[in-house]
Write a protein that binds this ligand. Sequence first.
Ligand code: GAR
Length: 207
Amino acid sequence: MNIGFLASHTGSNMQAIIDACKSGALQANPAVVISNNSNSGAITQAKREGIPFYHLSQTTHPEQEKLDQAILDTLLKHDVDVVVLAGYMKKLGPKTLSHFKGAILNIHPALLPKFGGKGMYGIHTHEAVIEAKEKESGVTIHVVDAEYDTGPVIAQVKIPVLPNDTPETLQARVLELEHFFFPETLQRIVLGEIRLPRNQRLRVWFL
Ligand code: GAR
């Protein structure tokens, strides 16, 4: 399973997945990294790991349609099977969404459908969870559609929100869980325990 990453910032989830590939815990190949941020940790990690990387953004491609095409072409060039959004804070364009329909996964640091949507990313998500006095939070992995955080959920794990949690302490615990949960979920896809919706590639591990 060739993984194509899209990441905007630190890329710690991407690194956890790469590490799992290296250890054999995840039987997959990190094929390419695309970042909309030329200074992202994700690009630094890709360089260090020897994974092909690309900066594709509104700076490199001011027209949305051309950016969408460039992202799609790059994923195709590297023979990507599954697209992993690892802290990617942009929407994908219609061409990429359509070609990889059912095979684009996003990780979200809360229990969707609660605390998702525009503006719900990173620390803002955890601030909202604490503000709402939720008793539990967690991690959601879902198939991506054209909106933010609305596609079908394929895996979810919960943790308690502790009485003295701040957004920062909650974020740290959730992130630690993400680093375990994302590679594990991808391996369950490899093993056929989780079946993704059909996509055009029709690899054996799809429905
Ligand atoms: C992660 O917590 C991820 O769940 C979140 O951004 C962080 C990226 O961290 N994604 C979202 O909030 C998407 N709505 P990372 O760059 O260190 O992997």
